[in-house]
Write a protein that binds this ligand. Structure first.
Ligand code: ADP
Length: 266
């Protein structure tokens, strides 16, 4: 609580009374701290790849360039770090648009099975490279939801690529789509490294990661889950993550309200 005082004076200068203004600043301070933490995180996340790029470039200029094999390896590092930075900046711009409600939503009725199938097609190769098995169990019938197709596909891609990233070679990832009461539900379950339960309450926060170094090594930005949550909430849906013990895998469930259809009798 913050208090401000102001005296009320009579014309002759005597004190008539005091106005006390009590302000609840906890919420304000909380937001202010979050903002500061966010700026610190962004700066740090941008500086890390820049430091790598700078030191590798300097060494190349210092003579490593002569060693063709090593030079190629290092140029590949520089290349992938640049890609990660580009992704980071794109994702930050996207979050800022979502924050300021500047995103234009192209919502249309679509069968959620289609969105999930498209995303699987795009990531099949990455799973195959890790010899992982992707098992898709779609719903028998179409399940219509009112969504922005590209954004919703992005959510599924973020979750599914996490499942692939955080599951080892020969792992198994199961993707299920079904209808649950008045919701469409997508469940993505892996048998990968899992998330220790103490991390779960903060896992949807921007830049929150169980293992920062590991995430970066895999090309992660730490923004995927927070973007997914914001998109799902803009569709009045819910996203939850379940995991507990390490090495016991992770399950993410996404639920989106079904399109309400007026029953027509004629
Ligand atoms: P990142 O770019 O680091 O993957 P995300 O926001 O997508 O960022 O995820 C945040 C963190 O949540 C990850 O760094 C990882 O620690 C954890 N995580 C997300 N999905 C999984 C999963 N399927 N298995 C294990 N850990 C996961």
């Amino acid at each position: 609580l913050r208090a401000k005082y102001a005296p009320i004076l009579r014309e002759n200068g005597d004190l008539e009374g005091i106005v006390v203004l009590l302000q609840d600043v906890t919420e304000y301070e909380k937001l202010e701290n979050m903002r500061k933490e966010f700026v610190a995180n962004v700066s740090h996340e941008l500086r890390t790849p820049l430091t790598t790029i700078k030191s590798y470039t300097e060494s190349l200029l210092d003579g490593v360039l002569e060693d063709k094999g090593l030079a190629t390896d290092w140029l590949n590092v520089i290349n992938s770090e640049t890609d990660r930075m580009t992704r980071l900046v794109q994702e930050l711009l996207q979050l800022s648009k979502l924050d300021y409600k500047k995103s234009k939503w192209n919502k249309a009725e679509i069968d959620i099975n289609e969105i999930v199938k498209n995303s699987i097609l795009k990531l099949e190769v990455s799973a195959k490279n890790k010899k992982q098995q992707l098992e898709y169990i779609g719903a028998e019938e179409a399940i219509f939801v009112l969504v922005d197709k590209d954004r919703m596909e992005q959510v599924v891609l973020n979750i599914l690529s996490n499942a692939i990233k955080y599951t080892g070679e020969s792992g198994k990832i199961k993707i299920k789509v079904h209808q649950e009461n008045n919701h469409a539900e997508v469940i993505i379950q892996d048998n990968g490294i899992g998330i220790p339960s103490q991390h779960l309450p903060r896992i949807f926060e921007r830049f929150y990661r169980v293992d920062k170094a590991r995430s970066r090594e895999m090309g992660g930005t730490g923004l995927g889950l927070s973007i997914a949550k914001q998109i799902i909430e803009a569709h009045d849906g819910e996203i939850e993550i379940f995991s507990g013990e390490e090495s016991r895998g992770t399950r993410v469930t996404i639920s989106i309200p079904l399109v309400k259809r007026e029953l027509a009798y004629d």
